[in-house]
Design a protein. Structure first.
Lengths: 179, 129
């Protein structure tokens, strides 16, 4: 079968996934989690919510650096704590562009399925489809995708170069410099 | 009027897509790259009129790419607009990078990007208005 031509694959740093499963008031719970993390300047590189009948799951990923603070915050919330689950080591694999076609998602899921690689979350944005899987299996996941997809010549998957953090910008009087 | 080619370089595919869509809506042709090495490949292949170049990227960062372009007599005329997350701290287009590289870009725009402002900058350097 002809491979799908893609423009790129991007891999994240190691992250921790926090799941909020079957909370009786999922929208309120999600709002609370977002507020807690926002107030404490914890970024979520990935956030997805799913609903099937009465089964709901909200999953978000935070950096390992923020994992302890994030879990402490959730542990301190009696309304959230019973529904919280954690995957300690996950990574994001983003493949792009999907070009508003469902084909890339379908082929990605087939590739992961054939290789027996778990998918803990899926989301799409403007260009990529992003899948969450075990961090230790990201390279294996890339190899599985490359059975079905073709990157441009001489191009390898890119790894995130920077981590976005929330902090105040400090003005430097001498004209500014990269931190 | 010929459509001018703009190369958009950033390791965030969503940003590349958003900027590309905006440029295409204004009649520009767009090439895309996701790190510094790919950017150089595209520069050599397609010779863009202008680069929209992120600073912080894997493999080869935007400072290095800009520095190399401006030192290369074959490519130094390519206009470079740097995207920087520290734009508010920058008052000139000269950046001192921690590696000691001094880069003289033609312009810069801070992240998060104001697309309308970016279009103004691009149009000011190109014939298309």
């Amino acid at each position: 079968m002809e491979k799908i031509r893609i423009e790129g694959i991007k891999l994240s740093e190691e992250l921790c996934q926090v799941n909020l499963v079957n909370h009786p008031h999922p929208q309120r719970a999600l709002s609370r989690v977002c507020r807690l993390f926002s107030e404490n300047r914890i970024n979520m590189p990935f956030l997805a919510a799913t609903c099937r009948g009465r089964d709901t799951q909200t999953c978000c990923c935070v950096s390992l650096e923020d994992r302890g603070r994030a879990l402490d915050l959730l542990e301190a919330e009696p309304d959230l704590k019973p529904n919280v689950g954690v995957l300690p080591s996950v990574g994001l694999l983003s493949v792009f562009p999907h070009q508003s076609s469902i084909q890339l998602l379908g082929v990605s899921l087939v590739a992961f399925g054939e290789a027996g690689i778990p998918v803990y979350g899926v989301a799409s944005s403007l260009a990529p489809i992003t899948l969450v899987t075990d961090y230790a299996r990201l390279d294996e996941a890339v190899a599985a995708l490359e059975e079905h997809m073709e990157l441009p010549p001489n191009q390898r998957p890119i790894r995130a170069a920077v981590r976005v953090v929330q902090s105040s910008i400090t003005r430097e009087e001498d004209g500014g410099s990269e931190p | 009027m010929a459509e001018e080619l703009i190369l958009v370089v950033d390791d965030d595919p969503d940003l590349v897509e958003a900027v590309s869509m905006k440029l295409e809506s204004k009649g520009y042709r767009v090439a895309k790259a996701y790190d510094g090495n790919q950017a150089w490949d595209k520069i050599k292949e397609e010779r863009p009129k202008l680069l929209i170049l992120d600073v912080m990227m894997p493999n080869k960062n935007g400072y290095q790419v800009c520095d190399e372009i401006k030192k290369d007599p074959d490519y130094k005329d390519i206009i470079v607009v740097l995207l920087t997350a520290v734009g508010e701290a920058v008052t000139t287009t000269r950046y001192m990078h921690r590696d000691g590289i001094t880069t003289l870009a033609d312009d810069f725009i801070p992240k998060p990007i104001d697309l309308d402002k970016l279009m103004e900058i691009v149009q000011s350097y190109t014939a298309q208005a």
